[in-house]
Design a protein around this ligand. Sequence first.
Ligand code: ASP
Length: 593
Amino acid sequence: MAQFIEELKKSHGAGELRLSHKGEQVVLMGWVDTVRDLGGTLFIDLRDRSGICQVVLGSEQLNDLQLEVARSLRQEYVVAIMGDVIARGGKPNTNLKTGEIEVLAKDVALLNRSQPMPFQIADNVDTGEEVRLKYRFLDLRRAPLQKALLMRSKAALIAREHFASENFIEVETPILTKSTPEGARDYLVPSRINKGKFFALPQSPQLFKQLLQVAGFERYFQICKCFRDEDLRADRQPEFTQIDLEMSFVTPDDIMAVCDGMLQKMFKHILNVDIETPIPRITYDEAMARYGVDNPDVRFGMELFDITEDTRDSAFKVFSGPATGGGLVTGIVVAGGASFSRKDVDALTEFVKTYGAKGLAWLKRNDGAFSGPVSKFVDVALEKALLEKAAMKDGDIALIVADMDASVARTAAGRLRTHVAKSQGMVNPGQFGFTWVTDFPMFEKDEETGKLAAMHHPFTSPRPEDVSMLSTDPLKVKTRAYDIVLNGQEIGGGSIRIHNQDVQAEVFKALGIGDEEARNKFGFLLDALSFGAPPHGGLAFGFDRLVSIMSGLDSIRDVIAFPKTTRAGCLMTDAPSEVDDKQLTELGIKRLD
Ligand code: ASP
């Protein structure tokens, strides 16, 4: 028996067996998911990557020694079973794909024992994430995680096949490199040989993929790791994966079309979902006006209305103030929302306040009349605007945000839109809503420093017609940048790049990056641009997020085999961890204490 594993080969996956295998002798190897002892006959659910199959171990087929092994089996022991596939004795188990059959064991071998589990290996565990991350190798035995990683692997393969079929080549770029400009903090690696100097881990392969265009590769892609030392908001990871691409001699349309093709194949082959292409495109300005955000969820309507012009003469100062003072009066109409209670509306008011709005005005429409505290201010212009522009009907509620700062009003109304849609069940979780958002502004103002910062990154090309505004009116400059948004989440972004040294210098100037700093940081890129750089552009998909949305899982952690916590640590390996003094000395690093 001890020779079992040497003599026999696993013949099938446990989850692959069907009635069509009836009568076949099979060898299964895997984990004991559950054991039931029904008076001498043992039933085990044997689990491996392919699924679960019921195995019957009875005294008619097994000798005493074999029965003794069978009786010693516990959860998560590793076993090999040789037996015949038979039709299941009792009723088929409709919960299992293998539910019509079972395997009648003729031999059994214990391949390894297991300690008792720190938590149940079940589909839905309520064990805290900390324990699960500590024993990630056990957590990964659970079917939803196995499924997610399998999906991830398929998606990566489809991406590779797609880009290969489109004549791209995969090129690896360095991990030990120089700071790259995606706007986050770098992870630094001290150099032992060049003491006092540091490599930075790449925040993305941005500069290298541009250099590959200068080198003439024309179509590059890579599935690569990126590193950003950010304070981790809920769904970020310090290291994450991008599907990264770059192309020469192209327009934004060409790049979007290649990406549409990849998404179409992934969704068809993995989820059997048809995506219509070209995926719709809207400009950044339109997205902000209609949805209040640059990553709109287009699975439902309830678009923002703008009643600024219609409230200029309102007696209600909350509206007329912003309307005449350069602010914005905006909001949403919630169909059927007239049934909202006072408590509901108060909660929504608190919600918009978290986005800086001062409050929320509301009006209900019932039996052809408005009601609510603001109703006494409804004049002809506002009534007309709400009924015609905002298409408000009987039974609806209008939720209105007004602010002197248009962006505050817009953001609050935009967030309110998705919040209400979720709480009112307007979003079908199985639905996928894609949109491209194009023509982003080149710069945004850093509220703290008052300085301009690149909204995408400083290598993004302004629209040709906007280049002249770089020095005169930089905040008005729009770019040839585009984001791809799925279900209200950005799953990728890119741009046509600057391939002209002078324009690049002007952008650095607008960003307050002096010549010397530019040379120090990006000298190699500036040099490359002067050696016949072709016009080029590209994009990167956030692969983890894409797969997490496809698999219906909330967190990107669920689609990463070994993720880190929000404190940027690994509970399983205990990284980051202390190092000994000798290592530090070798690196030329002194402890502070
Ligand atoms: N490097 C960019 C990013 O990581 C993507 C791109 O512009 O291609 O977001």
